[in-house]
Design a protein around this ligand. Structure first.
Ligand SMILES: Nc1ncnc2c1ncn2[C@@H]1O[C@H](COP(=O)(O)OP(=O)(O)OP(=O)(O)O)[C@@H](O)[C@H]1O
Ligand SMILES: [Mg+2]
Length: 565
């Protein structure tokens, strides 16, 4: 396509240049010679050239725009396919608004550059070169004026162009800030309104927008200066040429047609220089966008897959083992989230993780799924280090219900089937029943086809949790990870879910994080954590004797329950 576009570009440039000869012919052979026939045939030739120009322009415009759209579509796809594989901590460092702006604004800018500005620049450059050659052919003395003027014009282009480029990239950043800000407010509109922060949010947003405007304003000012300077210089030069050339025609050193053609080419050269100047700023902006996009395309995930991943072994006694694991989040290099974790989780058992908020329970789940890698120690899965397994087989093995259920803006079918896209409708319904979700789903206006809104806003907290649970159940994983999966349910629903889950958890390794200890008293093994360390391990009865922290937690919860009873 690029080759075709270049061909069309060359064709239109050539036709444009030959139009000057047409002008000369019309003036000299038509008007000056006073011949009507010659005038008519000259005009016919002119019309033929113009038709050719129209066809060439159509092809050039179509192909160039096609290229712009194609390139931006391809870049969008490439950027997104890179983003979905990146390590989660990348998204803690880079705000979503910024990434979004790269996917939309930066790619759109590239599209307009390739689709129009770049072709304009290329065409102008060709015309500039061709025009200069034709000028030389037509009249040497006058060309000298042009040649002296062109560098004069190019100096401000270079100077302001660099300024524009710097301002453009900060302009882009300011727009990304706006997007991030608005996105966050819209997502949390209820909190904003409940705390009646509409006015202060409005003011902060206004400040962000004004900041972006100020940056854009100085960019626009630089460009306006640039364009004005170029126009003044070029047309000044043309006037001077007309004066010198007119004198030559009057004294008979040059024909009127030659001067006509010369002015035609000079205007063409001037307009080309002006276009190049205007587009130059745009190209500078695009260079900024392209740099940012390329940076994003070059980011490597911190979670490296082994080049020759081993297969997941099955039927082992010990399914998961943590060995001397130390871990701190990348954003907090000085405080360890997990310290000296040693833990063996046997196959087919139910293991509960309990402990105060911030103890590191969720962090343990994240390491197990390799969202982060520990700085020290090893995690083994069926006696293979998880770094040796392929991410796919490791994560396929686990079904996770996160602490805050995540739903996609779609219907119930889609949200549950996320656990297993191949599942039939019957299987989805069975999973929903196991998560005690079937009843309330049936009562939704359109049952399983009901749209749940963005992030499932149309459901209650407990309903969201049960959909997330059904999703994990449908995945039918070897290891079930429940992070406060029933914390938002009422006692009765929780009882139903527990009953249904007991059957599902039989012979399946299950890790449960729970604050409500009543839900874990029957676990095969309870791990008590505090401040990133494992303090005690045992079952409910033995821990009541051996662990002061566990006993205190139990007393606080069960005494309160007894009191209320
Ligand atoms: N993405 C993160 N970046 C930096 N620090 C984090 C991150 N996530 C959690 N932490 C910190 O790590 C520690 C352990 O957090 P974790 O989420 O594992 O606690 P938890 O035991 O699950 O608590 P809770 O019962 O409240 O859910 C906390 O001190 C927390 O502030
Ligand atoms: Mg947690």
């Amino acid at each position: 396509m690029v080759a075709f576009a270049l061909l069309a570009l060359l064709l239109t440039a050539a036709v444009n240049l030959s139009l000057g000869q047409g002008v000369k012919f019309v003036i000299d052979s038509g008007f000056i010679a006073g011949s009507k026939e010659q005038l008519s045939s000259a005009i016919i030739g002119l019309i033929a050239l113009i038709s050719l120009l129209a066809v060439g322009t159509f092809i050039r415009f179509y192909i160039m725009s096609w290229l712009g759209e194609r390139v931006s579509a391809d870049i969008r796809k490439a950027v997104f396919s890179r983003i979905v594989t990146l390590h989660p901590s990348y998204f803690e460092e880079n705000r979503s608004g910024e990434l979004m702006s790269r996917l939309t604004t930066d790619t759109a800018l590239l599209q307009s550059i390739i689709g129009s500005s770049f072709s304009m620049a290329l065409r102008s450059f060709l015309m500039l070169m061709g025009g200069l050659v034709m000028l030389l052919v037509t009249n040497f003395k006058l060309t000298l004026i042009v040649v002296v003027c062109v560098p004069l014009i190019l100096v401000p282009v270079m100077f302001y162009g660099r300024k524009v480029r710097r301002l453009a990239s900060s302009s882009q950043d300011a727009i990304a800030d706006i997007a991030t800000y608005a996105g966050e407010i819209i997502q949390n509109i209820k909190v904003v309104q409940s705390y009646t922060h509409e006015n202060s949010e409005r003011n902060s947003f206004d400040t962000e927008v004004e900041k972006a405007f100020t940056v854009a304003k100085s960019r626009v000012k630089q460009r306006s200066f640039l364009i004005a300077a170029v126009i003044f210089l070029t047309f000044g030069a043309i006037s001077m040429m007309l004066w010198v050339g007119g004198m030559d025609v009057l004294s008979g050193k040059m024909t009127g047609g030659e001067l006509g053609a010369f002015v035609f080419y000079a205007i063409m050269v001037a307009m080309s220089v002006a276009t190049v100047a205007e587009v130059y700023g745009e190209l500078q902006r695009a260079a900024g966008s392209a740099t940012r996009l390329l940076e994003l395309l070059k980011v490597e995930s911190d979670i490296k897959e082994s080049s020759s991943p081993s297969l997941m072994k099955t039927g082992q006694e010990c399914v998961i083992e943590f060995k001397n694991v130390y871990f701190n989040y990348p954003s907090r290099p000085d405080s360890a989230a997990l310290k000296d974790i040693n833990l063996v989780i046997p196959t087919g058992k139910i293991v509960a993780l309990v402990g105060p908020s911030g103890a590191g329970k969720t962090t343990l789940f994240e390491l197990l799924q390799r969202f982060y890698d520990p700085q020290q120690g090893q995690i083994k899965f069926n006696e293979t280090e998880i770094t040796q397994l392929s991410l796919m087989s490791l994560r396929q093995e686990m079904g996770m219900v996160p602490q805050h259920p995540i739903l996609f803006s779609s219907d119930v079918w889609h949200n549950i089937r996320y656990g297993n896209p191949q599942a039939t409708d019957e299987e989805v319904i069975i999973a929903a029943k196991r998560a005690h979700a079937h009843e309330f789903i049936e009562q939704l206006p359109e049952g399983y086809s009901s749209f749940l809104g963005e992030q499932g806003v149309r459901l209650s907290g407990g309903q969201k949790q049960r959909i997330a649970l059904a999703r994990a159940i449908l995945k039918d994983p070897g290891v079930l990870l429940l992070d406060e999966a029933t914390s938002a349910l009422d006692a009765e629903s929780e009882h139903h879910v527990q009953a249904a889950l007991n059957e599902f958890m039989a012979n399946r390794t299950t890790l449960i994080i729970a604050h409500r200890l009543a839900t874990v008293v029957h676990a095969d093994m309870i791990v008590v954590m505090d401040q990133g360390k494992i303090i005690d391990i045992g079952d409910h009865k033995s821990l009541l004797n051996s662990s002061t922290l566990y006993r205190r937690l139990c007393e606080l919860q069960f005494d309160k329950a007894a009191e209320q009873a």
